[in-house]
Design a protein around this ligand. Sequence first.
Ligand code: C5P
Length: 239
Amino acid sequence: MLNKIAEGKTKIVYSSTSSDEVFLKFKDDITALDGEKHNVLPGKGVINAKVSAKIFSLLEEKDIPTHFVKLVDDTTMKVKKLKMIPVEVVCRNVAAGHLVKNYPFFRKGDKLKEPLIEFFLKDDLHHDPLLSEEHLKIFGLMEEKEIENVKRITRRVNEVLREFMEKLGLQLVDFKLEFGRDKEGKLRVGDELNIDCMRLWDLKTGESLDKDVYRKGESLEKVLQTYTKVYKLIVGGEI
Ligand code: C5P
């Protein structure tokens, strides 16, 4: 790892000796409410790095283009350098979170007729406003063809992840992806893919096994227990 390029709430980007690749180091920080709630959870960086590596490998096996190259140590992934698009792509199978808060049509746990894909601007200061496809085009964030491509890839990720989680006894309620363009301009899934950015419910009991445990104000001990439990299911073995 050479120089720090950028630091976010939960990760640090470092340059590498190759101009096409960077390192993503996962921190132990956990945040919610657009960064207003913040704690440090020792061990979370390892959990999120290894869960991300496992899920990215799974997507690559299914020919879904991602930035993942390899896990280089317990908290660091080597990834292809992407020009990130500042948009969060959320895919929902079951009503929860903001869908229930903002619209009158659903109660928490209602199954959606088909997976719903939504776009949000990555901007904590403005609380990540919802973007329509017109917004994406007119704001110059994505071209029409890219929007179609992003939706196609997101639906495919949903199928792969849903099946994978079901086998582990988990219901994939929703998840968030971020996309970027590689040096050839090809769209790839970037950022992270772990317990911080998806809702997972125990298929039998409906118990939340994700960051909602933290959002709801449970003790940090309980949050770490939950992350550790999901780590063991997804990655297997001890941390
Ligand atoms: O809060 P909301 O219901 O919109 O979240 C939908 C999904 O996207 C959840 O799985 C949540 O963890 C994820 N998400 C995220 N980062 C955000 C907003 C949502 O990972 N900034």
